[in-house]
Design a protein around this ligand. Structure first.
Ligand code: DGJ
Length: 738
């Protein structure tokens, strides 16, 4: 059992392989947080909490005249409301009598095997080989009978704790949730912590930012209805001195695809509180008597071994515990070519077959027909919502087109954007009330399209039925699921005025239902997510999609940054990355080496390539397959930070048995007649001998030598050259250094 309840000391210790999380039923039955950090025993850490008479920090009534007990200075698992704690809160609820109050005290707990699940929201699951236990703690407000269940699933080997909260209305009247966070984590002294996040923008997602905590509330959030290009729903608190290999790092990844909020407050006493969950802006949710509300889950990890280990904890977990698709491990993902940057909307069946024929020589195994094949869709002003084949373009029909592609020995993929509608579409003409538009106003247009009210059941049913009809009409191997705008005009024509604050969250729940109805019913189809690039690249989406299109920006040098940033949470096998015609000054081989830090494919018109280029692509496609296992399942190391003024950018994937590794080095700024540069691989067996191949020279050296002394990178070479070093452990016994 990874969860130990100690009756006498009233503590719960949650142990993973390398971490311990401890909480306690504390004074007056408030639930205290005691510890999150390196693995320790089950001893009682209550001594960590000290009490002082803190001026202007109120005391709960039943602490009587005791002035040293204030929730303002107590580390808690979940906050109350209006009980003297002035810091950021876990819950804000308006009760039936209009009051804003919640006073949550421990009432019960239970511990069971397996992971919790949530109503309508994705969660991580336990595989048969995993040891996973769950703790549920119930706290209740004795006056309103609002009960909050704090959920903790402990994934022991993975060093991951999944958390969420469930609010149950045990009273006899409806209450309104104004804010409800999935997690609350209190640090008794956090003045040594930095806040790490992945901000960005369209075309430049998941860049990296690290900032000191100052005495205010730091907010990382999306209010865009999607998890967003601008902020990823991931943050970490990292020790100031933490680097890739050293230092305490706490990671928090929210499994939610809509507007989210993470707040971190460094308070007056240098305590730090972190909360994360659904964004409370434009949010209020009615919970009827006897009903409950589930928050999305948060995946927490801790390590004192630096950012690199934190990332690998997430990589290992995301590869195994989020998605059961056979394309995760059992079936290799094919090299694909996507038609978007090749033809945009200007294609027909003949052109597609031509591209496929030319691409075959490049080692491409699947063609993906992107936007433009349905309804009336010759540009991005019309057609969305009409999910039937445009027979002016696909003259032979979809079934026949796929047969032609299959006859070439290639697989076929297709694009959808289910959640949207064009005003110039049959769907909009038939159901203008299905869009989100506030009465008396015109909805905001973006890319000239409107958003369907996906929270509505009939909209969900239409989408499930119309997309499935296409998927079942031909031998479709792959689907790219896109969304190309943020969500505005929160309004649903089927909800009463007092429930309009639910629209944004209901949209996300509706979306998951649609995805269940399409993706989960087609286990043999490989699904890739996309949101105008990586605008909804989040852990919840990865429970449906085996990979996510990283960015609409296919410039290779920009991708170095994008991959670097993404890699803090997301494994290589989830990052969609293609070789395109962008940045002609960068050689094809370098573009391919960069795309191999992702799921690899092409985004160009194969019919325009000459023989030499076709052969070069073939070699790179072969290389993708050669290194597939290393790239997709190996341990990932960032070796050089592209955000610094570096001459080389490099990363590494090491096989789990450490017998092999690949180190990719991209020369981004080789100054003339400059210094010799070295790259230091990591994660090798120190005593093993490795043969290093990749630049024409042959090095045989111990892992120790390579890691400490480095690999010299050739100079005086053409610009933007890539080196892919393959390191293989050779049999000869190495000298052991004591
Ligand atoms: C945005 C995607 O990111 C592109 O790859 C492409 O699919 C377009 N949408 C199509 O509209």
């Amino acid at each position: 059992m990874s969860i130990i309840y100690h009756e006498k000391q009233k503590t719960f210790s949650l142990h993973t392989r390398k971490t311990t999380y401890q909480l306690k039923i504390g004074n007056l039955n408030y639930v205290n947080h005691l510890y999150y950090g390196a693995r320790i025993g089950d001893e009682d850490l209550s001594y960590l909490i000290r009490r002082y008479d803190r001026g202007f920090s109120g005391n709960p009534y039943d602490s009587l005249k005791e002035r040293t007990f204030s929730l303002d200075a107590q580390p808690q698992e979940f906050t109350s409301q209006q009980q003297g704690d002035f810091r950021i809160s876990s819950i804000e609820v308006q009760n039936a009598d209009g009051s804003f109050s919640f006073n949550g005290r421990y009432v019960s707990h239970r511990i069971y095997k397996g992971a919790f699940t949530l109503s309508g929201l994705p969660t991580a699951f336990a595989r048969e080989c995993d040891t996973v236990d769950t703790l549920e703690i119930e706290i209740e407000d004795a006056v309103t009978r609002i009960r909050v269940t704090l959920l903790y699933s402990v994934f022991e080997e993975a060093d991951i704790i999944m958390r969420a909260a469930r609010v149950y209305n045990g009273g006899d009247k409806e209450v309104s949730l104004k804010r409800i966070m999935s997690v609350n984590v209190d640090f008794m002294n956090g003045s040594n912590l930095d806040l790490f996040s992945l901000p960005g923008r369209y075309g430049q997602e998941r860049q990296v930012e690290r900032q000191p905590l100052t005495h205010h509330v730091h907010k990382i959030r999306s209010g865009r209805g999607i998890s967003s290009h601008q902020q990823n729903p991931f943050i970490a608190l990292v020790e100031k001195k933490a680097n890739e290999e050293y230092g305490a790092c706490y990671g928090f990844a929210l499994m939610y695809s809509g507007s989210f909020l993470a707040e971190v407050e460094l308070d007056q006493y240098d305590q730090v509180r972190l909360v994360m969950g659904v964004n409370d802006r434009l949010f209020s949710y009615g919970v009827e008597a006897g009903a409950f509300f589930d928050t999305p889950a948060v995946l927490m990890t801790y390590t004192h071994k630096g950012l690199s280990r934190m990332s690998r904890n997430y990589h290992d977990f995301f590869r195994t515990n989020l998605n059961r698709s056979k394309f995760i491990r059992d079936v290799r993902r094919p090299v694909l070519i996507n038609t978007w940057e090749a033809a945009f909307f200007n294609f027909d069946d003949v052109k597609l077959v031509e591209i496929a024929k030319a691409a075959k020589g490049m080692g491409v195994e699947m063609i993906v027909m992107d936007d433009g094949w349905f309804g009336k869709r010759d540009d991005d002003n019309s057609g969305l919502g009409d999910w039937y084949v445009n027979e002016k373009k696909i003259k032979c029909g979809l079934t026949n087109l796929v047969e032609q592609i299959n006859a070439l020995g290639m697989k076929f993929g297709i694009w959808f954007e289910p959640e949207m509608v064009s005003e110039d579409s049959d769907l909009f003409r038939a159901h203008p009330d299905w869009v989100m538009e506030i009465p008396g106003r015109h909805a905001v247009r973006s890319r000239n399209q409107l958003v369907l009210d996906v929270g509505r059941k009939e909209v969900q049913d239409y989408l499930i039925e119309s997309v499935n009809r296409i998927l079942d009409s031909a031998n479709i191997y792959y689907v790219k699921w896109d969304i190309n705008r943020a969500i505005t005009d929160l309004w649903s024509n089927v909800l009463p005025p007092e429930r309009q604050g639910e629209v944004s969250h209901r949209y996300v729940l509706g979306l998951y239902r649609v995805m269940d109805g399409i993706i989960k019913t087609h286990p043999d189809i490989m699904f890739e997510g996309c949101a105008g690039g990586g605008g909804r690249f989040d852990p919840a989406m990865l429970t449906y999609f085996v990979q996510y299109w990283s960015s609409d920006n296919t410039k290779p040098l920009d991708n170095l940054k994008l991959h670097y940033g993404s890699s803090f949470v997301y494994p290589v096998c989830t990052m969609g990355a293609h070789v395109s015609e962008a940045s002609p000054m960068v050689p094809l081989e370098t573009k391919a080496a960069i795309a191999m830090c992702g799921t690899f494919g092409y985004e160009l018109d194969a019919t325009k390539l000459d023989e030499k280029e076709i052969i070069a692509c073939r070699k790179m496609s072969d290389l993708y397959h050669k290194y597939y296992d290393l790239n997709f399942f190996g341990d990932y190391y960032r070796l050089a930070d592209p955000f610094e003024q570096v001459n080389l950018v490099a990363w590494e994937c090491v096989a789990k048995d450490r017998q092999q590794a690949i180190v990719t080095v991209i020369t981004v700024n080789l100054t003339v007649n400059g210094p010799q540069e070295y790259i230091h691989p990591r994660g090798l067996k120190p005593d093993a001998l490795y043969k290093v191949e990749g630049d024409g020279s042959e090095i045989v050296a111990t892992g120790m030598a390579l890691m400490h002394a480095g690999i010299p990178i050739p100079r005086e070479i053409p610009e933007f050259k890539a080196f892919i070093y393959h390191l293989t452990a050779v049999d000869a016994p190495a000298q052991t250094v004591s």
